[in-house]
Structures are given as C-alpha cells and as structure tokens.
Design a protein. Structure first.
Length: 967
C-alpha cells in the first residue's frame, strides 16, 4: 500500500510536471502565433499603405496631365484631393513601413519624391501664367511630371518587394516553428509515455493494461482518443487518459485551424478581384467553423451588398432582420433553435436542411465598419470566440482588394483618357493645320476684298458726285423754264394770247415731265445706294390716296375713265405720306395709261390685324405672260398690246423699293377677264402701338428734316389760312368771324389735341391761340420747336398782363400778344393785318451765281409785291445784307468761292444779321443736302426748280417766325 501510494505520488508529480510543461508549451505556442499575427498584420498594413500611396500618385498624375492638356479645372479634382491627403498618406507609409533600414530608406525616398513632384509639377498650376505656356512648354512640363512619377512608381515597387519578401520569410518561419512545436510535443508525449510505462512496470499489475494502451496511443498505434476515454482501472489512469485525449484533440484542432489560417493568408496574398477575395475568405471561415452556410455582406455607399455566399441560394440580395440588427447594434447577434423558425432553409437535391444556430457578426478595422458575416450551423460558442482573427485578416484583404479594384479602374480610366487625349491631340493638330490653311486663304480673300471695296467706294463716290452734278446742272435750267413759265401764266393773262398761253403751259408741262424723270433717276440711285430718307409717321390712309386720286382725275377724265375708291374710315398706317402718295401716283398713272377709253379704275383699301392692303385695279388688256418677270425691273416698259407707251419704266421699280423700305410688300395679279390689280401692304397703327414689319431693303429711315414739300397745296396768295384755338366755342366763333370778314380763311379747333391733328394734316400761315386755356404755353412751344410749323405766325390772346418772365419767353418765340378785351375792336384785326402785311411786302435778298436763277426769283417775288435785292456771290451778298438788312435771304448753296453754307454760318455769327431767316434754294437733292443746310442755320430747304407758289409759301412761313409786336 505504501509502495502504491509512493508510486501514485511519483506518477502524479510527473503528470503535473508534464501538464505544466504542456501548458507552458501551449502558451508559448499561442504567444508565438500572436506575435506572427501581429507581424503579419503590420506587413499587410504596410502593403496597404503602399497601395494608398500608389493610388494617390495616380490621382495626382491624372489631375495634372488632364489639366495641362485641356486647361479645364474640372480635371484638377483628383489632384486637389490627393494633394490634401498626401501628408497623411506619406506619414502613414513611414509609420507602417517594416522596421528595417532598407525599408525605411525606400519609404523616406518615396516621401521625398512625392513632395518634390508636388512642388515642381503640381503647385505651379496655381500660377495664372500656366495658361500662357506654349504647347512645347506644356509638353515638357508634362514629360517632366511623367519622369518623376515613374521614379515614384519604381520606389513603391521596391518597397512593395521588401514587404512581400518579409511576408514570405514570416510564413516560412511560422511553418518551421509549427513543425518544431509538433516535434517537441511528440517528444514530450513520448517522454511522458515512457516514464509512465516505467512507473507502470513498477506499479501494480492492474495498471499495466491501461498503460499499454497509453503507450500504444503515444506510439501512434491503433489506440485512439476514444479508447483513452474508455480506459478502466485505477482512477488516476482514467483521468490521465481523458486529459491526454482532450489535449490531443485541442492540439489537433489548433493545428488544423492554423493550417487553415495559413492557407487563408496564402490565398488572400495572391490578391484578385473583390468578389474572388470575399469568396475565398468566406469559404475558409465556413470550413473552420464547420458551418452549413455563410453569407458575406459588404458596406457600400448604397447600403449592404451581398458579395459572397457558401452553401445557400445566392438569389436573395437583401439582408434579413438578423443582419439589420447586427448593423444597428454593431454587435454579434446569435439566434439558437432556428429549427422552429424555418427562416434559413438549405435546399439540396435530397432534402431541406435548417441550421440550428445563426450568427451575424460585424466586421471592423480600427473601429471602422466594413461589413457583416452571417453563418449558420451548430456554431459552439468556444468556436465563435476565435472567429475574430479570421475576420480581421479577411477585412484587410477586402480593403486591399477594393483598393486594387479601384486602382485597376483608375488605370483603365487613365489609359482611356490617355488614348482620348492622344486622339484629341491628333484632331487638334489636323484642325490647326486646316485653320492655318483657312487663315491664309482668308487673308488672301481679305486682301482681294479690300481692293474690291476700295474700288466700289471710289465708284460709289464717283456715282454720287455725278448724280449731284447732274442734279444741279439739270435743275438749274429747269428752274428757269418752269419759273418763267409760272410767271407768264400767273401774270401774263392780258399780254398772252390763248395759243401763247397753251404753248407756255406745254413748255411748263414738258419741263415738269423732265423734272419727274430727274427725280425718278435720283430716287432710284438713292434706293440702290440704301440712302433713301423716309419720314415715318402715323397718318390716315385716306389722305395720301385721296391726294393722288385728285391729281390723276384730270388725266382719267380726258379718257372718260372713272376712278372709284373704297376707303374705310379710321384706318391709320405707319408710313411716309409723301412716299405713299408717290406710290399711288405711279400705280394710278399706269392704270390710267393702260386702261382704254370709258374704262374703270378701282382703288380699294382693306385693313387686317397687322397690315393695310391698298389695291389699284384697272380694266386694261393685262400683262402678257412673257412680261411678268420684268414688271418691277428698272426701265421696263410693258406694251400689253398697245404701242408707243410713254414713261421712264422706273415707277414700279421705285414703288417696290419704297414699299419694302417702309416695311411692306408689293405684288400684282391678273384679272379673270383681263385687267391687272397692283396691290401693296403697309404696317398698320393698332391701338396706339406701331406694328413693325421687316424691311427687305437697305434703305435707311433718318430723322425728319424741314424740307418744304412741293406736293402740299399752298394757301391762296391773297389770304392766309388761319387756325383759331380758343378755350370756349363762343370765343372761337367771334375770332373766326372777324378773320373771315377781313378776307382770311379761318378754321377753329376746340382743343389743343385737335389743333395738333389739324397742323399735322394742313398748313396754316397764322395761329390764333387762347393763352388763358390750360396747356396753351406748351402748345406754343411745340409749334415753335416743330420743323413743320415753326414758320407760322402766332397771335396770343390773354385776359390781362402776363408775368414778365412769361412775357419775355413769348416775345422771344415771336408771339404777337393781344388782350381779349379788344377782340371786338378794330385793333385785333388791324394788328393781324399789319403782321401779315409785313410778311407780304418783304425785302428779299437773292444770292445766286446764276443770272437766270436770279431773274426767275425776281420775277416771282415782284409779282407778289416784294422788293428784291440781288447778289452774284456769297461775299457780295453778305455786304448787301449788312448794309440793307433784308427781311429774308434766298441762298444758293453751290457757288464758286464761298458757298452758301459758309455764307449762312457767317450770317448766324453776325449779331446784326442773326435774326434774318435764310432759305436754302438749291438744285442739289442728294441725301444729306437738306440736313447740312439746316445745320448751317437755314430755316428751310427748297429744291430747284421751284414754283412761284412754293417760293411764296416758304417766304411766308419764314417771315412768320419773325413777327413781333411793336413797342
């Protein structure tokens, strides 16, 4: 008994020693494994830092190269982001680089090369001068950046090679350590077994058989751990057998797990796509945990995404409630007894399998959420405890794979961008060559065009000079012919026989026909040059049409042709009334000319929403088909079956140009049974708003000038037309009756608005204005400021004395002031008669170098009881004006020496002559002639040849502006 106790004590001591040594060996093994894991993690983080530096370098290069090629700041986005992160990334590289001299040298070299690249290539981009770099300078800068970036890549590859070399050495050391550990454990086990056998031989015989089994197990015999657990006999032997069996089982499991972990590390080190790495890692965990299935969910900007699955249907892409709970709590979630819930069913070819336990565990790295792994199976808790080691390694591999995928994607994008940039560079080169060729061609064409433009300008100036000269030279003799004919017809009633009067009338008619031809030629030249002046106003369409119809009625009556008109009321057009009348005269003249005797001419006006259509229809033979294309061509004369038609052939051509210049259109259409309808449209005045139309000609519309129109019918020579504007109807009737009894043509207006309308449509030599009425002074100012009415005399009627400032203003405006209390007295009529007499018996100075023109003017003026002074030059005229001080000056513009414009300016500069009105009387009718005369100081511009009535009208208007009351 004592020997047995001794042996048991010795055996127990040996067992404790053996177990202690095994325990410490196990602790040493796990400590070594942990050390290897830590070193492996550092190597992986170093590799990850290298990858981040490489990705940062790609961003830097992509942004800079894109910006240098395109100059687009949008390409700098990757560069700006990488530059902001480069210090953190480089510091991380130095911190995670292997702690070896060689690795630290390469890491510092990478940091130095990246900093130099940013300083020399990146940051100069902020200099605005970068946009002024030439193509060669940008190319050289791009090439320098590429060389420096290539050096950075070489440094990174060298550092990566060092990391991989250290990883390989670590794996080899780990394998050697495991082999040594296994040998030590086997040797220890054998030693213990041998000791136990020795003790057993010395012990009692009842422990021999169990010890034989232990020895057999230690020697690798047919005894298994199950046999050890089934040992019988001494209690100590049974305990020893169970302990050895459990120790062996744990060692085998640890060894198998380490082998699987090593295989996992090796497989993950091979890299690959994110999907491949996820599948490899998940499969390793499923095998390690002996699971039925596994699912790996990866965190993305769009939420959790299923990237890998093992042992389960992969169609379901949405996370279940267990995964969502783990996501929200960021903790491991475990559900047991899943058999009752049937939430995860594995469908195989033979049967549906339901796992007993499901676990969902978050995957994190340094507190950063990466994803969630979901496992199903038996999953003992002690086995789950070692899961984190696998998850950490898989998380690192997933991040590396994601970075590799991004690097590959960036590489592909960079390659695509490089190809696109190369293609664009080639296209730009080709385009540049084409632009150079086009520029040379354009320069050549521009030189040719400049020469052609100079030639056209010289030709245009020559044409204008020729037309101006021809106008002057033709109008000068025509002025004498028409002027003397007018004087003979006006004053020679008792001296000429009837035949002689007809001859004089024929002479005047022929001269006026020739004048019409000259005017048509000048109008055509103005239109073709784009210099036609238009005075666009809002006018009743009936006024110019009625004037034209009245002018053509005598010619129509001579052929028994009736002219019928259909003119609607209250229709206004926005046009030049004189030009509308000219167009109507041309159309009516053609209609009367081509209509046979006892025919008919219709004038019809129709208004639409935007335009007014004016049509002239005749009953003539119509236009032949072969003549249609020539209707609106200059100098085209249509025969239409009737020979020897007169005319210049310019009327329709000029009419078309005028209509288009005023924003309208003109055309014609044949009648169903002969005859022709010519019609044109003009913009309509609608609701007080001008409806514009597009002009198809280059004719310009300029400012209205004070040119006395030859077409307005003047008042009778023996009486002035008077417009009375009074505040009340009774006062207006009293003033009108007084003027009518004195032999004047008097009209009344009940308001200033009506008076303005009357002044716009008719010419009045005298205005009688009630100064007590509201708005009277503004009306007077408007009359004096208007080019069309400032020549009229004005009589102002006031109840009492006016304030001195207002009295001085009205006096300066030429207003003859009369008190209302004496309107019924003779003083009112006598004052007006004296005012008009001063206008009629005036002293007129005629300055003209042409003797015939002076004689014509003298004959016209003396027939109106005016005194005439003559001067054959501007210099002589100025001397006569200073000595005689005439009431009005008729100034020829084109004279040798000092011309009429300079003479007018001299009169305006002389304080003793400044108040004398100067009327320009010239044969020049080109664009700008009237404006130049008015700018020089003339009050009106009359174009030769001038009739007696036109001349007297101009003088009457000019003298009206000088009427002042006597002191």
């Amino acid at each position: 008994m004592r020997a047995r106790t001794f042996l048991i004590g010795v055996f127990s001591a040996l067992m404790l020693v053996s177990m202690g040594r095994g325990y410490f060996a196990y602790r040493s093994f796990h400590a070594t494994i942990a050390q290897f894991d830590e070193i492996a993690l550092r190597r992986e983080r170093a590799a990850q830092a290298v990858d981040r530096v490489q990705a940062m370098a790609i961003d830097l290069e992509t942004g800079v190269r894109g910006f240098l090629v395109t100059k687009d700041h949008a390409f700098l986005s990757p560069y700006t982001k990488a530059e902001a992160e480069q210090r953190v990334v480089l510091d991380e590289l130095l911190a995670r680089a292997p702690n070896t001299p060689e690795a630290q040298v390469w890491a510092q070299r990478v940091q130095k090369d990246v900093s130099e690249w940013i300083d020399t290539v990146g940051r100069p981009l902020t200099d605005p001068k970068v946009f002024t770099l030439s193509e060669e300078e940008r190319y050289e800068r791009n090439a320098d950046g590429k060389r420096r970036m290539d050096r950075i890549r070489v440094d990174l590859e060298a550092l990566r090679g060092i990391v991989q070399k250290l990883q390989a050495e670590q794996r080899a050391g780990l394998s050697t350590f495991e082999d040594e550990l296994v040998r030590d454990q086997i040797a220890l086990t054998l030693s213990i077994m041998a000791l136990m056998v020795a003790i057993a031989l010395l012990a009692m015989r009842q422990i021999e058989a169990p010890l034989d089994r232990l020895v057999s197990f230690a020697e690798g015999g047919r005894v298994t751990t199950k046999d050890l657990l089934a040992l019988t006999g001494v209690r100590e032997v049974r305990v020893l057998g169970r302990s050895l069996a459990e120790l062996h089982t744990r060692l085998e499991e640890d060894r198998a797990r380490e082998l699987r972990f090593t295989e996992l590390v090796t497989a993950l080190a091979e890299g690959g796509s994110l999907a491949k790495v996820a599948q490899v890692g998940l499969r390793a965990i499923v095998e390690d945990q002996a699971c039925l299935f596994g699912i790996l969910w990866l965190d993305t900007p769009d939420g959790l995404r299923r990237v890998a699955s093992v042992g389960i249907d992969a169609n379901d892409q949405q996370p279940d409630a267990l995964v969502n709970e783990a996501l929200q709590t960021n903790k491991l979630v475990r559900v047991d007894d899943v058999d009752q819930q049937k939430s995860h069913v594995l469908r195989t070819a033979a049967v549906d399998i339901v796992p007993s336990t499901i676990v969902a565990s978050p995957i994190t790295i340094a507190g950063r959420f990466v994803g969630i792994i979901e496992l199903g199976g038996t999953l003992p808790k002690e086995r789950i405890a070692v899961l984190d080691r696998f998850l950490q390694r898989i998380a690192l591999a997933l991040e590396n794979a994601a970075a590799n995928d991004k690097t590959a994607e960036l590489g592909q994008r960079l390659a695509g961008a490089n190809e696109e940039l190369a293609s664009q560079n080639e296209e730009l080169r080709v385009q540049e060559e084409e632009l150079v060729a086009q520029r040379e061609e354009l320069l050549s064409k521009q030189a040719t065009l400049t020469l052609r433009t100079d030639e056209l300008a010289r030709a245009s100036r020559a044409k204008s000079d020729f037309l101006s000269t021809m106008s002057h030279e033709l109008r000068t003799p025509l002025n004498a012919v028409i002027g003397f004919s007018d004087v003979l017809l006006a004053n020679g009633a008792g001296e000429l026989s009837g035949v002689q009067r007809r001859h004089v009338a024929d002479i005047e008619g022929a001269a006026r026909q020739l004048l019409g031809l000259v005017n048509d030629l000048l109008d055509l030249a103005k239109v073709e040059a784009g210099h036609m002046d238009l005075q666009l106003v809002d006018v009743d369409v009936r006024e110019p049409i009625t004037a034209a119809v009245q002018l053509l009625r005598p010619a129509a009556g001579a052929k028994d042709i009736s002219i019928a008109t259909l003119l609607p009321a209250n229709v206004e057009i926005h046009a030049d009334p004189a030009r509308v009348r000219q167009i109507m005269v041309n159309l009516l003249s053609n209609a009367v000319k081509f209509t046979p005797r006892e025919g008919r001419v219709d004038v019809v006006v129709k208004a639409t929403n935007d335009v007014v259509r004016i049509a002239v229809t005749d009953t003539g033979p119509g236009i032949r088909h072969e003549e249609v294309a020539r209707v609106f061509q200059p100098f085209a004369q249509l025969e239409a079956g009737i020979a020897s038609r007169t005319g210049t052939g310019l009327g329709l051509s000029i009419s078309r140009q005028l209509v288009e210049a005023m924003g309208g259109t003109i055309a014609f259409e044949p009648g169903p049974k002969g005859g022709t309808t010519f019609y044109f449209t003009l913009p309509k005045r609608r609701g007080g708003v001008h409806v514009p139309m597009t002009s198809t000609t280059s004719t310009t519309v300029t400012r209205t000038v004070s040119v006395l129109p030859r077409t307005v019918a003047p008042p009778d020579d023996s009486a002035e037309r008077v417009l009375v504007v009074m505040g009340t109807e009774d006062e207006a009737l009293v003033a009108r009756d007084l003027l009518l009894r004195a032999g004047h043509h008097a009209e009344t207006s009940s308001s200033f608005e009506a008076a303005r309308s009357a002044l716009g449509s008719s010419r009045f030599g005298l205005l009688v204005v009630d100064l007590d009425a509201s708005g009277a002074f503004d009306f007077v100012r408007e009359v004096r400021s208007s080019q069309a009415t400032r020549g009229a005399a004005i009589v102002g009627l006031a109840t009492g004395d006016l304030p001195p400032p207002l009295h001085r203003e009205l006096t300066s405006l030429g207003v003859f002031l009369v008190q209302k209390g004496v309107m019924t007295d003779r003083g009112f009529v006598d004052g007006i008669q004296g005012l008009l007499a001063r206008r009629k018996h005036a002293v007129v100075l005629v300055i003209d170098d042409n003797t015939t023109n002076r004689r014509v003017a003298r004959a016209m003026l003396e027939s109106a009881s005016m005194e005439v002074l003559e001067a054959d030059s501007a210099e002589a005229g100025l001397e006569i004006a200073r000595t005689s001080r005439p009431d009005v000056v008729l100034m020829d513009i084109r004279m040798p020496g000092m011309d009429g414009l300079d003479a007018t300016r001299a009169i305006r500069r002389d304080p003793n002559l400044d108040g004398i009105p100067v009327i320009a009387l010239s044969a020049q009718a080109m664009v700008g002639d009237a404006e130049r005369a008015l700018d020089a100081g003339c009050v009106a511009y009359v174009t030769k040849p001038v009739s007696r009535r036109e001349l007297l009208e101009a003088i009457s208007s000019a003298l009206g502006s000088r009427a002042h009351p006597k002191a």
